[in-house]
Design a binder for this molecule. Structure first.
Ligand SMILES: Nc1nc2c(ncn2[C@@H]2O[C@H](COP(=O)(O)OP(=O)(O)O)[C@@H](O)[C@H]2O)c(=O)[nH]1
Ligand SMILES: [Mg+2]
Length: 283
């Protein structure tokens, strides 16, 4: 979008560009029937996860899936490296679930790792910051801008409870020319996604699908199950498989909201009928 700022501070949209990437959420005014764009035409999604209490691989998978699905490239920033003496093991764990993604440990306090971000901070590049509240998104914006643009509030590092300070999206142009969009976080933004991002996030699971002995394998007790075999051999973990199933279910829900609701209602109806029958038998 190109905006012309009129001297009395009003703005006028002069041109809209085709969308090459976007995040969307359900439009609250449409009762879930249509989506609303939260951010568009960004090149990278910086996913921030702190190396202290916020560290959560399953949550990271969720952020990665949404980022791949947006059509932009995700980059994982492991923040607050200054609070960690040794993060080699955590780095390894992230590498295992984020194949092909740049993973950069940083500290906005000490400046550690920030020079590694220079390659992304080019003019005409737009970056969205995503991550849970308190992971240091606004602090990083300030560190990159070398001035206090965003408000940062102290959190209790002992339990990592963040207090929300960024309650809206804000776009900032850095000296390098790159634009950064600071956000209050994915949950707060209400971003939902269809399933396309799953194949990139779970590129290790994808080749296993369809390899089971039975084409309708439920991956539970069936013999010749490729998934069970891969878990047994340590190719994937049980937690990662569970995470895949959970996100897939959510993605289906997002893609086909109405039929998912119908299915859910039919399920509860069948339970109600069954319990009615049971009650009849009892009395
Ligand atoms: N030790 C340490 N604390 C940090 C760092 N970056 C941010 N913080 C602190 O983390 C808290 C949350 O930061 P903020 O930028 O508001 O997080 P946001 O909610 O993701 O925007 C604040 O108390 C910051 O001072 C860092 O690199 N090291
Ligand atoms: Mg913030």
């Amino acid at each position: 979008m190109e905006i012309f700022t009129v001297p009395n501070s009003d703005c006028m949209i002069t041109k809209t560009h085709p969308r090459k990437s976007f995040f969307s959420r359900r439009d609250p005014s449409s009762a879930g029937h249509s989506d609303q764009i939260v951010a568009a035409n960004f090149d990278y999604v910086f996913i921030l996860m702190s190396l202290n209490m916020d560290f959560n691989l399953r949550r990271l998978e969720r952020y990665l899936t949404a980022s791949w699905n947006s059509n932009a490239l995700p980059v994982v920033l492991l923040t607050k490296a200054d609070l960690c003496e040794d993060f080699d093991d955590m780095l390894l764990q992230v590498e295992q679930i984020a194949a092909g993604v740049d993973i950069i440990p940083i500290s906005s306090y000490t400046g550690y790792g920030l020079e590694e971000l220079d390659k992304f901070l080019r003019p005409d590049v737009t970056i969205v910051f995503l991550g849970s509240s308190g992971t240091g998104k606004s602090t990083l914006v300030n560190a990159l801008a070398k001035q206090q643009i965003m408000e940062v509030k102290n959190i209790r590092e002992d339990d990592s409870k963040g207090r929300h300070t960024t309650s809206h999206r804000q776009m900032i142009r850095l000296n390098s020319g790159a634009c950064v969009i600071d956000t209050p976080g994915m949950r707060e933004l209400g971003i939902w996604y269809a399933g396309e991002g799953l194949s990139e996030t779970f590129s290790d699971i994808l080749p296993l699908l369809g390899k089971c002995k039975f084409s309708d394998c439920a991956h539970k007790t069936e013999p010749g199950c490729a998934i069970k075999e891969a878990i047994k051999e340590g190719i994937i973990t049980q937690e990662r498989w569970n995470s895949y199933l959970k996100l897939k279910k959510e993605a289906r829900f997002a893609e086909d909201y109405e039929s998912a609701i119908r299915e859910k209602e039919a399920f509860f109806k069948s339970i109600a009928i069954k319990s009615k029958r049971l009650n009849k038998r009892r009395y």
